[in-house]
Every structure is written in structure tokens, then in C-alpha cells.
Write a protein of this length. Sequence first.
Length: 251
Amino acid sequence: MLLTIVGNGSMAKSLALGLEKQYEIEIVARDTQKAKESLAGLKKPVEILELKGVDITGKNILLCVKPNAFFEVATHLQGEANMLISILAGVNIETLERNILSDYTIRAMPNISAEFGNSTTTITGSKEKKEETLAIFKTIGEAFWVDSEKELDIATAIGGSGPAFLSLVAEAMMDGGVKQGLKRDMSMQLVASLFKGFGPLIQSEHPALIKDKVMSPAGTTAAGYSALEDGKVRDAFIKAIEKSFKRTQKD
């Protein structure tokens, strides 16, 4: 299958790097020279088309531009696509269908781990393309279908924005190690290793059970956990998900 990626930003590049292993890729970009430079890491040669007046008739489009650029980009897409898959947060299916002609319209929210085949992607839209779309995104990680756009928008705050939130956790833990006397490179290696090992762990047990296993009475974990509770870290993360979700609901 040929997938036509519209855009050449960070997410477009991550998706192209992940999907090229299983799919034929072509890129549509406003600046073709810039696109060639930013996509230099692709292992296979790809055709790069200029955005202005591009014909999308019969194609499977993966729309990866900034949400605030949507209406301008839509004016340049000519014809009627077979399938439109949009990763634009906050741009609903009704708006997509009103501005870009397509037989089927899908919304998906992957993240930048797509490059490494470890994306978490949530999908909704035309149910006729459910299995086909799930298959596409399962080539770059785990993929989940939800039945409503509201669920997808909530999931966006977790799966889409999550790498930024976890990066904050990682950076803070690295800085904490350095503050107490660890060399920077060792602190970074330890945190990176921690995140690598935590993936299988969180898939096997509820986080509360993991916490209870690690936290012994009056121990080091209990002391550190108390400090996190004093800082209202749990509350801050819950509010971060809420704020991110509400942002997808803006007009």
C-alpha cells in the first residue's frame, strides 16, 4: 500500500521512519527542499511532491501538519482521497470531511515513538476501515480503536502528549541524581535504563501494586514518595491530562 504523508515536521518524519519498513511512502510538503533535508534518515528513496495543487485522488492520505495550518493546507489538496487519516489534535471529523474530500475519514493520535516502532496510537472514524487502519498503526507500535472522538481526545492527552510529560519526569530524576552527586552521564544512563525496564513491568501489573512491592516500611522509596505527595505531583499530572484534553475541545 502507498501512504501519502502530508507534512514534514517531527511527527511526519517519525511516522515515515516507522512505516517505511512495511509500506511505500511518498511525502507532500510545502517546501520540497526542506523536506528532502529533514527526511534524509529514511532508508528507502521517497518521492516528494509539492503541496500546491497536489492531486490526492484515490490515495491514502496521512495528514501530519500543525492544526493551525489545516485550513490553508486543505485548500491545496485537490481531488477525492480513498482514505484520509488525520493526526491533528482538536480537528474533528466533521471539519475534516467539510474541507477535504475522501471516501473514508479517520482520526488517529500516534506519538513520536513511531520512529522506533513503539508508538501508542488511538484511532476512531469510519468503521469500514477499522481493521485496515489498526493494521497500519500496529506496524509502529500498539494501536487502539475507540468509539468516539471524545475518547480519542482524552487519549490524545495520554498517548500523544505523554512523551512530553514523561520527559519531564525523566529530566527531573536525572537532575535529582546530579544534585546528590552523580555524574550527569551516569544519571542519564540510569534513568534511561529505568524507563526501558518499566515498560514490561507496567504492562504486567497495576501501578499501585508495583509501588507497594517497591515501598518497604520507613524505607528510601517511602521517603521519596512522601516528598512527591507533598509536592502534589499526582494532582499535577491529573490536571495535566485534564488541561490537555480541554485544549482539544477549543473552537
